[in-house]
Design a protein around this ligand. Structure first.
Ligand code: GLN
Length: 304
């Protein structure tokens, strides 16, 4: 299939759609991003690659990084993750406090902020240099070796991260955070400020389309069963209170971030990353979602 022609066709169609969204200005450093950038990259498990627009430009991957920290904990760390968090869709915004009080400090899943913060706490307990471990882990997944976090974005989020500090304090009061709060939050903010391009993201997620094996190196990251479970979590929890919409309209497991990126995976076939910084009201890329909806409709490639 000639995906590049399809990308161009959809991009042309979307030109007429008004992009009403806004960049994530609650993190001041992200408000500086040019909102009109747009990129797509698709990588197949057979080594085919298709790019469009700003596919090589790095951006702040934000919550997409929660998949890397979760898989690192799930694959390499002994402690039982599921005693510390649940695996149910939240149906609430990514930074909501409401459910957490009700559930006595147990996050609903690893992809809401509270769940990702508990994953960071687990990594702080188990690893000597958790941020270095996360970056080396990402470098095992991709052939690119210069992926970094942006300290300015991490600092900007730390200075304005009142809600995230509220989440961690609430969980600490329920004894679900074992380490020093500042150490855990520094890791969380660094994690969210990792910068990657659509190409790097699509390539890094390809093991999830390939039964847990990195296609270019042959390395088994997760067992097929755990890969299936990770994809199931992305399907049910990857888009917060818009997970139902994404499943309904796109029909692929995926993960979004407030930097405007979305990665989606078609098991046994491909992974695709889209970047468009303006977000809808739920904090997901407005045009990115529309693009993927058109993509799975035109190609008739979805898991449903
Ligand atoms: N760093 C962001 C936050 O904690 C991540 C949110 C997101 O990308 N959905 O608010």
């Amino acid at each position: 299939m000639n995906y590049e022609n399809i990308f161009q066709e959809i991009y042309r169609e979307l030109q007429s759609v008004k992009d009403e969204g806004h960049v994530a200005d609650y993190i001041p450093e992200l408000a500086r991003v040019n909102p009109d950038q747009f990129g797509v990259f698709l990588a197949t498990i057979n080594g085919e690659k298709y790019a469009f627009g700003d596919a090589e430009k790095r951006f702040s991957i934000q919550s997409i990084a929660k998949v890397f920290s979760f898989v690192l904990a799930y694959s390499r760390v002994k402690s039982d993750i599921w005693e510390r968090m649940d695996l149910e869709p939240a149906g609430t915004p990514f930074n909501s406090l409401v459910q957490l009080e009700y559930d006595k400090g147990i996050p609903r899943n690893p992809f809401v902020n509270s769940g990702a913060i508990v994953v960071c706490d687990i990594l702080v307990s188990e690893l000597a240099s958790p941020m270095d471990a996360i970056l080396s882990f990402i470098h095992e997944l991709t052939p690119h070796h210069s992926i970094r976090f942006n300290p300015r974005v991490a600092q900007s989020e730390k200075e304005t991260g009142f809600r995230n500090y509220a989440l961690v304090n609430l969980m600490k009061s329920f004894h679900n955070i074992h380490n020093d709060i500042n150490q855990v939050m520094d890791l969380y903010f660094q994690l969210c400020s990792i910068e990657m391009s659509c190409r790097e993201l699509a390539e890094a997620f390809l093991f999830l389309a390939n039964n847990g094996v990195v296609p270019y190196s042959g390395q088994q990251i997760l067992s097929p069963s755990r890969t299936k479970r990770t994809n199931a979590l992305m399907q049910t929890c990857g888009f917060y209170d818009e997970a139902g919409q994404f499943t309904f309209k796109v029909g692929l497991p995926g993960k979004s971030g407030v930097g405007g990126g979305i990665v989606a995976v078609h098991p046994e076939r491909y992974s695709i990353a889209v970047w468009s910084p303006r977000l809808n009201k739920k904090g997901n890329s407005h045009k990115g979602m529309l693009f993927l909806e058109e993509f799975t409709t035109k190609t008739k490639l979805s898991i449903f």
